[in-house]
Design a binder for this molecule. Structure first.
Ligand SMILES: [Zn+2]
Length: 205
């Protein structure tokens, strides 16, 4: 029997998570294991029914809306690869636990922190149940150091405000990896309040 495991590859945007996932999938295919690749329907980056990494490699992937659907999809598979785990609903923790009970090898990727540098979706629980964790770092797009652990959201080239929504679909925002020193999260609400107050006082004179 193929021993169970849950290998979790995590880190910020552009750290090579999907490339690492594809490398591991390729090894499983060489070992003649039955592999299935699953990705969440919400992932706007992937086109069609395959996952595409930034270096152009691709693999057929099944799009899934609810994590519970994974259980019926993977019946014969020995290896279950799941991309973008942060986008799945909270049942994903129980689903992966069940896959391990069935003796499957699960390999997943996920952003550990959202653009606000807060834990993303079920990633904290998934990091707890993983049998192996691989934390990758990216190159900081601002200072060039190799310790980027955060994902910076930019809207029109400027750091996104704290109040912008967690998942933006079809927006013109971009993302880049940044280190802890270069990461920015402005709080526009606070700033506006302060400015308004000054204007008000000025008007009264
Ligand atoms: Zn930096």
């Amino acid at each position: 029997m193929y021993g169970y495991s849950f290998e979790l590859i995590t880190g910020p945007m552009s750290c090579g998570k999907t490339e690492e996932l594809l490398r591991r999938i390729r090894r499983c295919i060489i070992a003649r294991k039955k592999v299935i690749v699953v990705s969440p329907e919400v992932d706007t980056r992937a086109k069609g029914d395959y996952i595409e990494s930034r270096n152009g490699l691709w693999l057929d992937a099944v799009k899934v809306k609810h994590s519970i659907q994974i259980l019926s999809l993977v019946k014969d598979a020995e290896v279950v690869a799941i991309d973008e785990l942060q986008f799945f609903d909270s049942n994903i923790v129980a689903v992966i636990t069940q896959l391990m009970k069935e003796g499957k090898k699960v390999i997943g990727t996920g952003l550990e922190l959202d653009f606000k540098a807060e834990p993303f979706g079920s990633m904290p629980e998934l990091l707890c149940i993983a049998t192996e964790i691989n934390k990758l770092h990216a190159v900081c797009m601002k200072c060039g150091c190799e310790n980027a652990t955060r994902t910076q959201r930019l809207i029109d080239g400027k750091p996104a405000d704290k109040s912008s929504p967690l998942i933006m679909i079809g927006g013109d925002e971009t993302y880049e990896a940044r280190c802890i020193k270069c990461y920015e999260l402005p709080d526009v609400k606070k700033k506006t309040k302060f400015v308004d107050l000054k204007v008000l006082q000025f008007d009264r004179k």
